[in-house]
Design a protein around this ligand. Structure first.
Ligand code: C2E
Ligand code: CA
Ligand code: CA
Ligand code: CA
Length: 280
C-alpha cells in the first residue's frame, strides 16, 4: 500500500527535502495566526439507514488560506499535532460546533448530534478540556449528549492509561464515543471490550473496494456482527456509490457517511439544503 511505501522510504537530504522543511516551517508560522480567523468548520451529514434520514454530522476543519487557498486538514492537522497548535485548534473547532449546533437542531431534529475529531495529543494534554467543554455546552443550552467524540485506535493503544481514563470521564458525562478509521490500526480488540464505545466507523478503504462476494464485504460483515454483539453501532465512511450503500446497509450497517450523501459543507448549506436523501 501507499502507506507502507511511505514508511519504508529512505530519507535523503536533497533539495526537495530542504524545500519541504521550509514549506513546513512557513505553514506552522501561518497556522499560528490563522486559528481564529482562517479556520472554518464544515459538516458532513451522517445518514441513518433505519430512519432513512440525516441524524448527525461530522465536524471537519478547513483552512482557507488567503494566498494558498484551501489547505486540507490531512496536511495541517499532523503539523498541528507536532507543534502543539492542535490544542488551540481543537478548542476553536469545539467553540464553533457549540455555536452551530442549535441551528442544526432546529433544521433537522432536536436529537441531532455532531461528531468531533479529538487527537490523541489533546487527550494527553495536561489540562483536560473537558470541564471547559461542559461549561461551553451549558452556556449554549446544549448537553454532552449532543456530542460524539471521535478517536482513533492510537488513543486506545496509548500506554499512558490517563488518556483512556479521561476518555471515560467524557463518556460518564454523556458524550458518545466513536472509534474512527476502524479496522486500519493495530488490533485493539483487547481494549474495545474493556471500554464503552458507542460507534465503530469503518474506514473508507474497506468501503471503496466493496463488491458482491468480495473479501472486504466479508470483513465488513464480520465487523458489523462483532459491533452489534457488543452493543456498538456502525458508521460506514467514504460511501460514494449506491452499490456500496446498498451492500453495506444489506449487511446491517447502521449509518452511512460519504460523498453519496454529501461532501462536507458549510453550516449554511446544511441548514438550507436540508433534503431527505434516499439512496435506494
Ligand atoms: P477522518 O476523520 O477520517 O475524516 C474523513 C475524511 O474523509 C474527511 O477528509 C472527508 O472529507 C473525507 N471523505 C468523506 N466522505 C468521503 C468520500 O465519500 N470519499 C472520499 N474519498 N473521501 C471522503 P478531510 O475533511 O480532508 O479530513 C482529513 C482528516 O483530518 C480527518 O480524517 C481527520 O483525521 C482530520 N481532521 C479533520 N478535522 C479535524 C479536527 O477538527 N480535529 C482533528 N484532530 N482532526 C481533524
Ligand atoms: Ca473522523
Ligand atoms: Ca475516518
Ligand atoms: Ca455500548
Amino acid at each position: 500500500t501507499a502507506k507502507r511505501d511511505g514508511r519504508n522510504r529512505h530519507r535523503y537530504f536533497d533539495p526537495a527535502m530542504r524545500e519541504a522543511i521550509l514549506h513546513k516551517r512557513e505553514l506552522i508560522a501561518d497556522l499560528r495566526d490563522a486559528i481564529e480567523t482562517e479556520l472554518v468548520v464544515y459538516y458532513q451529514p451522517i445518514f441513518d439507514c433505519q430512519l432513512q434520514r440525516i441524524t448527525k454530522a461530522e465536524a471537519l476543519v478547513r483552512w482557507l488560506h488567503p494566498e494558498k487557498g484551501l489547505i486540507s486538514p490531512a496536511e495541517f492537522i499532523p503539523l498541528a499535532e507536532e507543534c502543539g497548535l492542535i490544542i488551540a485548534i481543537g478548542q476553536r473547532v469545539f467553540d464553533q460546533v457549540c455555536q452551530d449546533l442549535p441551528a442544526l437542531k432546529s433544521a433537522y431534529d432536536d436529537g441531532f448530534q455532531v461528531s468531533i475529531n479529538v487527537s490523541p495529543i489533546q487527550f494527553a494534554h495536561e489540562e483536560t478540556q473537558l470541564t471547559q467543554w461542559v461549561h461551553l455546552l451549558n452556556a449554549h443550552n446544549l448537553s454532552c449528549n449532543d456530542i460524539i467524540v471521535e478517536i482513533t485506535e492510537g488513543v486506545m493503544l496509548d500506554p499512558n492509561c490517563e488518556t483512556i481514563k479521561k476518555l471515560m470521564v467524557f463518556r460518564d458525562h454523556g458524550m458518545h464515543v466513536a472509534l474512527d478509521d476502524f479496522g486500519t490500526g493495530y488490533s485493539s480488540l483487547a481494549y474495545i471490550y474493556q471500554y464503552d464505545i458507542d460507534y465503530f466507523k469503518i474506514d473508507q478503504c474497506f468501503i471503496s473496494t466493496l463488491k458482491v462476494g468480495s473479501d472486504t464485504l466479508a470483513l465488513c460483515e464480520a465487523m458489523v456482527l462483532m459491533a452489534h454483539k457488543l452493543g456498538i453501532q456502525v458508521v460506514a465512511e467514504g460511501v460514494e456509490t449506491t452499490e456500496q450503500a446498498e451492500l453495506i446497509s444489506a449487511i446491517g450497517c447502521d449509518f452511512i457517511q460519504g460523498y453519496l450523501i454529501s461532501k462536507p459543507q458549510p453550516l449554511s448549506v446544511l441548514v438550507s439544503d436540508r433534503k431527505g436523501v434516499v439512496f435506494s
